[in-house]
Design a protein around this ligand. Sequence first.
Ligand code: 6PG
Ligand code: NI
Length: 185
Amino acid sequence: PKLDPFTTLLDLKLGTFDPERGPVQVRTQEDLRGFFQADPPRPDELVYRVMPVPVPTENSEIQCSTTVLEPGTVGDEYYMTKGHFHAVRDRSEIYIGLAGEGCLVLATEDGRHRVEPIREGMVNYVPGGWAHRSVNVGDEPLVFFAAYVGDAGHDYATIERDGFPVLVCRGDDGPVVTDNPHYRP
Ligand code: 6PG
Ligand code: NI
């Protein structure tokens, strides 16, 4: 075996690991320029953090991490992750909702899409070949745990260029899912 067993404590409300196992990835509005339709009004503002449990990036291992996505909007769009296909397209993933209220937007390369809820206790299955983006549609941080095949990797460039088929925006009576006028499959 390449690795020794280990144990880490996950705070099920905050999504933090104790001890922290790898460098926390921070994403601000500026980091999401080009992913939102509008330019970032407050470039330095925190949008989300990813806390990893790093293991070798091989398909014999399982990567996992938590994501904490703040509440907020850029233009009409709720705060969201960049979203990605896995670089190795057929690699799958599981999300477990820990806190807050969110949507998981999924899309295939030929333009099919789905929107699934993310809530405490919900398990979302992301099959291979589906790009995925999470969106915080509530007033509290959205926290979820993710586990995925070790060599999956992340392809952000395709999403940056094409977008997702739909946008999740703040409406008068809550979240509204609309067609993305700039989507190019
Ligand atoms: C992954 C997971 C997940 C995701 C974060 C941040 O494949 O690693 O889907 O951990 O990376 O929620 O989202 P972005 O990677 O799209 O910025
Ligand atoms: Ni992923």
